[in-house]
Design a protein around this ligand. Structure first.
Ligand code: MN
Length: 356
């Protein structure tokens, strides 16, 4: 288990040195945020980012994310250019030591939440999802709410240049089915996986968040069955998964230990996000601290599975609470994610000790 930390590079207000101070932290998960979606990542920009991480004593072997242009998801003829650009980006990243590229295949929206700062009884705040607040409202209203709630911090996946064309995008997705979207994903993977293989890079799709249809848009990476289907459709090991416990765990029907056992066991999950969520009786959920007892995700069982398989991939604490008065990007404060990293390593160390 290589412990990593998400780093928003030039948009991050947490110094790399602070991340490095977290015991056991071996690397950061980076990305370039100023490159428009679909454009190839310039070699000089990648080199500068990777150097900065190395200078702080941190590896940079995982990218989250190289986003997929909507034309690829839509299956438009113009996708060919964007697929070629994506191949170029894979080659460029591999030259600088990148081993895993996380991405998602959700139409228009990345992750979706109703509140980015829901207060918990202890005074901390967390991201939450209330069905009533999302399902049935105008997406434009939601975009405004996310923007205001982020207090000036850019939120990954909610890039303004993409969302400014929201109405036109919705029109383009008229008639898009899960079947068609899945075909477009397979088309994309079949084109890029040979390049990833030649570059020794693994692609790792992030599950849909939340794992159900929002705003009537199709969602195709929601559960074990969807993952099975995608792994079978493109069987090369370079077609992999980012197992995200918060995304998959938002649906209680997803058996996380079983999913971990399967895809860690067969080496299809090079990247893992650990986060805990608490489910309420009405189907709403909110995020909580990483500790097992705080929420509905069986974090102990999952770390046990990773340990059993001597997991060599990358793990990062996912969203944390905002605690101790920190002012940071919602979900991505330093303090609670650091606690999460320590919790996971504590469990791991005890398993090491017991299995000596
Ligand atoms: Mn995640």
């Amino acid at each position: 288990m290589k412990m990593t930390f998400r780093w928003f590079y030039d948009e991050d207000n947490i110094p790399l040195g602070y991340m490095k101070q977290i015991p056991g932290m071996t690397g950061v998960v980076g990305a370039l945020y100023h490159i428009p979606v679909g454009a190839p990542w310039p070699e000089t920009a990648v080199a500068t980012m990777v150097e900065e991480a190395h200078e702080a004593g941190l590896a940079l072997e995982v990218i989250e994310s190289v986003n997929i242009h909507e034309d690829i998801k839509l299956g438009l003829p113009t996708r060919e250019t964007y697929i070629e650009n994506y191949k170029e980006t894979i080659k460029t990243l591999s030259k600088f030591g990148v081993k895993v590229i996380c991405y998602n295949f959700m139409p228009i929206f990345d992750w979706t939440r109703s509140d980015l700062a829901m207060p918990l009884p202890d005074g901390s705040t967390v991201l939450s999802y209330e069905r009533d607040q999302i399902e049935g409202i105008d997406p434009v209203v939601l975009i405004e709410r996310i923007k205001n709630s982020a207090k000036g911090h850019a939120m990954p996946g909610w890039e303004p240049e993409r969302l400014s064309k929201i109405e036109a995008l919705f029109e383009q997705y008229q008639g898009m089915t899960e079947e068609k979207l899945f075909d477009h994903l397979v088309y994309f993977l079949e084109a890029i996986i040979p390049v990833a293989k030649a570059c020794d890079v693994r692609m790792a799709i992030h599950p849909d968040d939340p794992p159900w249809s929002v705003f009537g848009l199709p969602r195709i990476i929601k559960n074990e069955k969807d993952l099975d289907r995608l792994m079978a459709a493109v069987p090369e090991v370079e077609n992999g998964i980012t197992l995200c416990t918060g995304s998959l765990g938002a649906n209680l029907a997803n058996n996380l230990p079983r999913i971990f056992e399967k895809f860690v066991g067969n080496d299809r999950a090079p990247f893992i996000h650990i986060r805990n969520v608490k489910h309420l009786e009405n189907g709403d959920f909110h995020e909580v601290a990483h500790r097992d007892d705080e929420g509905s995700v069986d974090v102990k069982a999952l770390i046990k599975i990773l340990h059993k398989h001597d997991y060599q991939g990358y793990v990062r604490p996912d969203h944390g609470r905002m605690i101790w008065g920190e002012d940071a990007r919602p979900g991505y404060g330093l303090y609670d994610r650091a606690l999460g990293a320590m919790y996971m390593q504590g469990l791991w160390d005890m398993l090491e000790e017991e299995n000596k």
